[in-house]
Design a protein around this ligand. Structure first.
Ligand SMILES: Cc1cc2nc3c(=O)[nH]c(=O)nc-3n(C[C@H](O)[C@H](O)[C@H](O)COP(=O)(O)O)c2cc1C
Length: 184
């Protein structure tokens, strides 16, 4: 079984979403040591934007399809996901491979996989907060992967990271505690 670890922050080793997504992978790998981990750092090795319909990056798609668990480090950039991460999504949405349309509408073809999103952001956008409607990051990822048929989705969130040291520490500790509760 393979864990695909994808991250997308431009902050290199200082990235919180990278550190937390790494902690998720380390936790899962410790629970099931036989799993293989495949890493894709979308900031270090950006994928090209789609240039022509029907010309996707087949190895990127195969890598995704081969994974049973996908862990995605996703910081919020300008209320959405980093463009590097969006470019990856664009290579995964392939009709006939990951979804199809029929008389009943869309059908996702990627069921049976587990997705863990590590969401980080400077401000606070959780449900009920005044800026909840500005969140086009977590909702985008959840909608996209649900469309592909993935229903087992967990979000590990560290937010308020730019709102002072205390808020940051509290949020990161809560995210780390949540990671420790993840089942194999
Ligand atoms: C280019 C850029 C855009 C950002 N836009 C937002 C934003 O719209 N809202 C927000 O709360 N934080 C924003 N931030 C702050 C990041 O979300 C926060 O620092 C990040 O989630 C931490 O993750 P990282 O350390 O993995 O990069 C932005 C940061 C960068 C670098």
């Amino acid at each position: 079984m393979t864990i695909l670890h994808v991250d997308s922050s431009i902050n290199g080793d200082g990235s919180m979403s990278r550190a937390l997504s790494h902690a998720v992978v380390a936790h899962l790998a410790a629970l099931s040591p036989s799993q293989t981990v495949v890493r894709r750092n979308l900031a270090a090795e950006p994928l090209p934007h789609l240039a022509r319909a029907g010309v996707e990056n087949a190895p990127v798609l195969e890598e995704f399809l081969a994974a049973r668990t996908i862990v995605v480090g996703a910081p919020m950039y300008n209320f959405g996901i980093p463009s590097q991460l969006k470019a990856w999504l664009d290579h995964l949405a392939v009709p006939g491979k990951t979804f199809r349309y029929g008389a009943q509408g869309p059908e996702g073809l990627c069921g049976g996989r587990r997705l863990i999103v590590v969401s980080t952001r400077g401000g606070i956008f959780s449900a009920g907060s005044p800026y909840a409607a500005f969140d086009h990051q977590e909702g985008h990822l959840q909608a996209f992967f649900r469309f592909l048929g993935i229903t087992d989705i967990t979000v590990i969130r560290a937010e308020g990271l730019a709102m002072g040291e205390e808020a940051q520490q509290r949020s990161v500790e809560a995210a780390k505690a949540q990671i420790q509760t993840l089942a194999a």
